[in-house]
Design a protein around this ligand. Structure first.
Ligand code: NAP
Length: 296
C-alpha cells in the first residue's frame, strides 16, 4: 500500500468511527438527511458510477445531482450498484426552472426518477426560482408525488427567504440549498430554516476550491493538522441545521472531505473565519436569476 492509500484508509476509518452529535443526520419533513453529501456538478456521467460507489464505500450516505448536470444516469447507477442498501442513501436531484409550471413539473420529476433508475428520490429541489411561474403553483403540483412517496421531500434552491416563505404557504419544505461558504454567510436563510424547522444545504462549500488557497483557513488547518477544506466544513456544520455537499471528482479526496469529526475549532478560529464573511462574495449569479438576493 502507498503512503497515500494508507492515509486514505486511516481517514476513512476515522470518518466512520468518529461521529460527534453535531454531525448526526437531521430529521426534517419526514426524511433523515446526512450532514455531508457528495456534490456531483461537472462530473461527467461515465465517471460518476465508480465515484459514487467509492463514496458510499468510504462512508458517504448522501449524493446531490440535478437534471441540468446531465449525470443522473451515472449517479443512479452508482447508487444501484453499491452494496449499501438504497434506504440508507439520501439522493437529491433538481428540476430546472424552465419546467416549473404545473403542466411540466410532474413530468420533470418522473424524468429524473427514470434517469436515475430509482424507485424514489429523497429530495427534489426547484434548481432556480422561475421568473414566470409562482412557487405556489410549482409546489402544489408536486404534492401528489410527495403523498405517493416517489418524491420523499421537496425544497428550493437559489431562492431568497421571501420566495421560500411563499412556497411554505402551500407545502412543507425540507431544505433550501444555496451557495454558502466562509465568504457568504447566509444569515437570513439560517434564521428562516431555524424558524421553519428546515435545513440549509451549503452548496459550493469550498467556494469551488478557493478555500484551499485562503491563508486564514490554511493557517487554522495547520494548527489542527487539517486542510482548509476540512476547517471550512467544520465551520459550516457548527450551525445546527446545516448540511454540506462538497464535490470532488478524485476518489483519493473522498475520505478527506468526510474526516472532520475528530477536531474542534477554537473560539478564535471561528472569529477569524466569521470575519471572512464580511466580504459577502457570491460566485454563482447567472443571468436567469431575477430575484433580489437576501442582503445578509
Ligand atoms: P465545491 O464543492 O465548493 O468545490 C469543488 C472544488 O474543490 C473542485 O475544484 C475540487 O477539485 C476541489 N476539492 C474538493 N475536495 C478537495 C480537497 N480535499 N483538496 C483540494 N481540493 C478539493 O464546488 P461545487 O462543486 O460547485 O459545489 C458542490 C456541489 O454543490 C456541486 O457539486 C453540486 O452538487 C452543488 N451545487 C449546487 C448548485 C445549485 O444551483 N443548487 C450550484 C453549484 C453547486 P477535484 O474535483 O479535482 O477534487
Amino acid at each position: 500500500m502507498t503512503n497515500d492509500q494508507t492515509q486514505n484508509r486511516q481517514a476513512a476509518d476515522r470518518a466512520s468511527m468518529t461521529s460527534p452529535p453535531e454531525l448526526a443526520p437531521l430529521d426534517v419533513a419526514g426524511v433523515r438527511i446526512p450532514r455531508i453529501g457528495l456534490g456531483t456538478f461537472r462530473i461527467p456521467s461515465p465517471e460518476v458510477p465508480a465515484l459514487v460507489r467509492r463514496a458510499l464505500e468510504v462512508g458517504y450516505r448522501h449524493v446531490d445531482t440535478a437534471m441540468m448536470y446531465k449525470n443522473e444516469p451515472g449517479v443512479g447507477q452508482g447508487v444501484r450498484e453499491s452494496s449499501v442498501p438504497r434506504h440508507e442513501i439520501f439522493v437529491t436531484t433538481k428540476f430546472p426552472h424552465s419546467l416549473a409550471s404545473a403542466a411540466d413539473v410532474v413530468g420533470a420529476a418522473w424524468a429524473s426518477i427514470r434517469a436515475l433508475g430509482l424507485e424514489y428520490v429523497d429530495l427534489l429541489l426547484m434548481h432556480w426560482p422561475s421568473p414566470d411561474v409562482p412557487p405556489e403553483e410549482t409546489f402544489e403540483a408536486l404534492e401528489p408525488l410527495v403523498a405517493d412517496g416517489v418524491v420523499r421531500s421537496v425544497g428550493m434552491s437559489n431562492a431568497p427567504a421571501a420566495l421560500v416563505r411563499r412556497a411554505l404557504t402551500v407545502t412543507r419544505l425540507a431544505a433550501v440549498q444555496v451557495e454558502h461558504h466562509p465568504y457568504l454567510p447566509q444569515e437570513t436563510l439560517h434564521e428562516l430554516v431555524a424558524a421553519e424547522e428546515m435545513v440549509l444545504t451549503a452548496y459550493a462549500p469550498f467556494a469551488e476550491g478557493r478555500v484551499f488557497a485562503d491563508p486564514v483557513l490554511t493557517s487554522i488547518g495547520a494548527k489542527h493538522g487539517k486542510n482548509a477544506g476540512q476547517v471550512t466544513l467544520r465551520w459550516l456544520l457548527r450551525k445546527p441545521r446545516t448540511v454540506v455537499i462538497p464535490k470532488t471528482a478524485r476518489p483519493d479526496r473522498l475520505p478527506l472531505n468526510l474526516d472532520i469529526g475528530d477536531f474542534e475549532l477554537d473560539p478564535e478560529d471561528v472569529e477569524r473565519i466569521d470575519a471572512l464573511g464580511l466580504s459577502r462574495r457570491r460566485f454563482f449569479d447567472p443571468p436567469w436569476q431575477r430575484f433580489a438576493w437576501d442582503e445578509r
